[in-house]
Design a protein around this ligand. Structure first.
Ligand code: NDP
Length: 373
């Protein structure tokens, strides 16, 4: 099946999160009402891994959420535990390290475990969280290999718990508008897409530069956004991929992972996407050229504010906190005892991981990889 049928409008809307944090809009990009805060208690979230994303984005966002709150932490660094307990008023009973983590099973304050660790650790902690009887949010990329994703999905299913991936942009209004413009063919069929995400990386000693921990270079880290962008504006699954590694202009720095990677997807409708990801220079853009016009987001994938325009003029949307919208949206569904929409679950995470691996295969072999099988 090549058409992105699971990414249906109905399912997409089922997952759209709580109201915008500034200039709240009453409807989403498809003109449907936005859900609101749920009655009753907020779900307790425990963050696993207190690195920069937890510290600078998720914890501050959890001070704004309506359907969830920061209830616990899991860290291997005692000094961080002390700091976070004070700063966020977290009781000692809700603080774990990687050895004591499984005891979270007995903690009724924690409903959801959010895994924010280096990529190679996602599988283990998602499986352990599910075995502890918690719902799970896992950061992108969901894992390194598709088989790991399957194990994570199976563990959550077995525990009768739900698994979401940290796809914050699915709750972001400019992104939702780009999805609508593309999927509803507002400017006619999409002919080609340019979807690229890259930045110049700092510290060469960090885990992102180590294949064993990251699974690869910029493709695993931010290239996944370019893959997502091409998929969500077309609303289709690619049928083939070609890819090329860029030159190593700094070979001492990029010993273990790629510096730059280019790839091209072909889609069933005839649309083609062209993408770049890089750790050597910045790019952040999603552009769709359609039969009767065009639309673009630039910047398209960062924390915002995102900006967009079309061949008819600027896109005007509220500026929101992506992480708060995402966590509120996920927790709203959990509070309602409903099933998470497919496009933010482990199934979607696994689709992306399969494509990331196909891109590497295409670049390594120089062959066009058939994705229809
Ligand atoms: P950081 O390096 O800043 O933090 C990772 C944390 O994981 C560390 O601080 C540490 O926390 C813990 N950790 C445990 N074992 C290791 C290890 N062997 N090496 C390094 N860290 C370890 O990474 P980020 O916070 O930037 O990224 C974490 C995850 O979040 C990644 O999967 C990344 O892709 C994703 N991410 C997603 C973003 C998004 O926009 N959705 C943006 C940024 C990141 P402690 O000291 O508490 O044990």
């Amino acid at each position: 099946m090549t058409q992105l049928s699971t990414f249906s409008r109905r399912q997409f809307l089922a997952g759209v999160g709580a109201s915008a944090l500034t200039l709240p809009s009453l409807t989403d990009a498809f003109g449907n009402p936005l859900p609101t805060a749920q009655p009753g208690r907020k779900l307790g979230i425990a963050l696993v891994g207190l690195g920069s994303y937890s510290k600078n984005q998720l914890a501050p966002a959890l001070q704004q959420t309506k359907n969830c709150r920061l209830a616990g932490i899991v860290t291997g660094t005692p000094a961080k535990a002390e700091e976070w307990m004070k700063k966020y008023d977290i009781p000692k009973a809700n603080v774990y390290d990687y050895k004591t983590f499984d005891r979270i099973a007995d903690n009724k304050d924690i409903d959801v475990v959010y895994v924010v660790l280096p990529n190679s650790m996602h599988r283990e902690y998602v499986v352990r969280a599910a075995q502890a009887g918690k719902h799970v949010i896992c950061e992108k990329p969901m894992a390194i290999m598709p088989q790991e994703c399957q194990e994570m999905i199976d563990a959550c299913k077995k525990a009768n718990k739900q698994l979401a991936v940290g796809y914050r942009l699915h709750y972001e209004p400019f992104t939702q508008e780009a999805m609508r413009l593309g999927q509803q063919k507002v400017f006619g069929p999409i002919k080609f897409v340019e979807s690229s995400d890259g930045f110049r990386i700092g510290d060469p000693g960090q885990w992102r530069m180590k294949k064993a921990l990251a699974g690869g270079g910029p493709l695993m880290d931010v290239g996944i956004y370019a893959v997502q962008g091409a998929r969500y504006v077309t609303g289709e699954e690619p049928i083939s991929v070609t890819a090329q590694f860029g030159p190593k202009t700094e070979p001492q720095k990029f010993k273990d992972v790629e510096e730059t990677l280019f790839w091209q997807f072909q889609f069933p409708s005839g649309a083609v996407s062209n993408s770049t990801t890089s750790y050597t220079a910045g790019v952040e853009r999603l552009y769709a050229s359609c039969q009767d016009g065009w639309f673009e987001l630039s910047p398209a994938f960062g924390y915002g504010p995102l900006k967009g325009r079309t061949s008819k003029g600027p896109i005007e949307k509220p500026i929101v906190n992506h992480q708060a919208m995402h966590m509120d949206g996920v927790c709203e569904v959990l509070l309602q005892n409903k099933t998470l929409p497919d496009h933010i679950t482990g199934a979607e995470g696994m689709r992306d991981v399969k494509l990331l691996q196909a891109i590497y295969q295409a670049a390594e072999t120089g062959r066009k990889i058939d994705l229809k099988a």
